[in-house]
Design a protein around this ligand. Structure first.
Ligand code: UD1
Length: 418
């Protein structure tokens, strides 16, 4: 396994160009299963999750050509409908293949997915939505087996919660189902729009309203297209928080800053000085930051994927802060590790109480999930002395070679095997 050695009180200078979003790329890669024609994707991040998804699609017989940050996926010879357990267990996004496979081939078999250990993360909303389109499911020996008698048929589906994954699964399946589907209380995350845009370029007829209603007119087949993946709002937000924590002048570029409104308004409330433009955010040093109260919520609320990072920042500011985690029940695993670095955070059920003004000190810590890992990196950059972050494989699922990206901007950060 790998670990990171980080020198604290780090510098951060210049700017960073944000690449394509992992959470947008994964479902769009899966959407290639809906068609026998080539899907060309640009602006892909170089991440383990992207490689794993390529392997997963490859195990179905997809033909994949990759060159730098582009991928060409062609799914004309699908050889089986069974997902490889070893890949699926690493990546929750694997569950997204269920809808497309049933829609195109009438059946699918996939082991219950893995990914970050941040709660129970059930798939009942995915299954219920696909059932409404006519699919039948059984769970046998840790596998979900789904099939449809003839073809999926459009329906009216009201989601009990605006699940991102379930919205994506149903939207993909409905795009080649017979007739019209309406998804009510659909997720409104920007990644949903990016997927709809890619599918529409392939010939799907999807209309995403910004009130959580998605209307889909099923089409017979989808054609060849190319699509540029939108920029990663979570990586962008992570670097904005890093610059605020280190109190440096820094610019985060190639982004859609409106995707980060919940973050930028929270940071502004804390006293951060931000110059927000359409495609960039510039962070300016400031003299005083204050504690605030936030709660995570589905988009456009504060993203659960930036909760751990802003918690690290809250440990440094004046006064106390509070975070209520509303999306995942077990997403405070970074708390004991941040406390090892000198933070003072208490958890009461789904609320974290953060005491501010802490002087963080380098320590050995253990990364748990993807965003938790990066919150430890941020805290280590601000701490006095050296920190060692063990078990960083989760980090590699979401941040491109962080020791190089960060290392080129000032901090001293080294990777080592252990
Ligand atoms: C979630 C985040 C997404 C983030 C991703 C990776 C939200 C709303 N979603 O997406 O922004 O990028 O994690 O960290 O913030 N649920 C069910 N049954 C289901 C599906 C989900 O009960 O079938 C529950 C989950 O347990 C969770 C909530 O719904 O409490 C959100 O799940 P969902 O949006 O589906 O999760 P992801 O798609 O993984």
């Amino acid at each position: 396994m790998d670990r990171l050695i980080i020198k604290g009180k780090a510098d951060l200078k210049g700017s960073i160009q944000i690449k394509g979003s992992k959470n947008s790329a994964l479902p769009i890669m899966v959407s290639a299963l809906l068609s026998k024609n080539t899907l060309k994707l640009k602006n892909l991040p170089q991440l383990d999750d992207i490689d794993n998804m390529s392997k997963l699609l490859g195990s179905y017989g997809a033909n994949i050509k990759s060159k730098k940050d582009t991928l060409e996926i062609k799914c004309c010879n699908i050889i089986n409908i069974d997902a490889d357990y070893d890949i699926v267990r690493k990546m929750r996004a694997s569950i997204l293949i269920l809808g497309p496979l049933i829609a195109r081939f009438g059946k699918a078999r996939i082991s219950l997915p893995g990914g970050c250990a941040i709660g129970t993360r059930p798939i009942d909303i995915h299954l219920e939505g696909l059932r409404k389109l006519g699919a039948n499911f059984q769970v046998e020996n840790g596998y979900v087996v789904g099939e449809v008698e003839k073809q999926l048929i459009g329906n009216h589906i009201a989601l009990p919660f605006p699940s991102v994954g379930a919205t994506e699964n149903i939207m993909m399946a409905a795009s080649i189902a017979k007739g019209k589907t309406i998804i009510e209380n659909a997720a409104r995350e920007p990644e949903i729009n990016d997927l709809a845009m890619a599918l529409n370029k392939m010939g799907a007829k999807i209309n995403v309203k910004n009130n959580g209603i998605i209307k889909i007119d099923g089409v017979n087949s989808l054609s060849e297209t190319s699509h540029k993946i939108m920029s990663d709002r979570i990586v962008a937000g992570t670097f904005v928080i890093a610059a605020v924590m280190l109190n440096k002048k820094f610019e985060v570029k190639d982004i859609e800053s409106n995707h980060l409104e919940a973050l930028t308004s929270s940071l502004t409330e804390m006293g951060a000085k931000l110059k927000i433009k359409k495609t960039s955010i510039q962070i300016m040093p400031t003299t005083k930051l204050n504690g605030i109260k936030i709660q995570t919520a589905p988009y456009p609320g504060f993203p659960t994927d930036l909760q751990a990072q802003i918690m690290a920042l809250m440990s440094l500011v004046n006064g106390n802060s509070q975070i209520k985690e509303n999306i995942f029940e077990n997403r405070f695993m970074h708390v004991p590790e941040l406390n090892r670095l000198g933070a003072k955070i208490r958890v009461k059920k789904d609320i974290a109480l953060i005491t501010g003004n802490r002087n963080l000190k380098g320590a050995q810590v253990m990364a748990s999930d993807l965003r938790a890992s990066v919150s430890l990196v941020l805290a280590a950059l601000c701490a006095e002395g050296e920190s060692v972050i063990n078990r960083v494989y989760h980090l590699d699922r979401g941040y491109e070679k962080i020791e190089h990206t960060l290392g080129s901007l000032g901090p001293s950060i080294k990777r080592e095997k252990y």
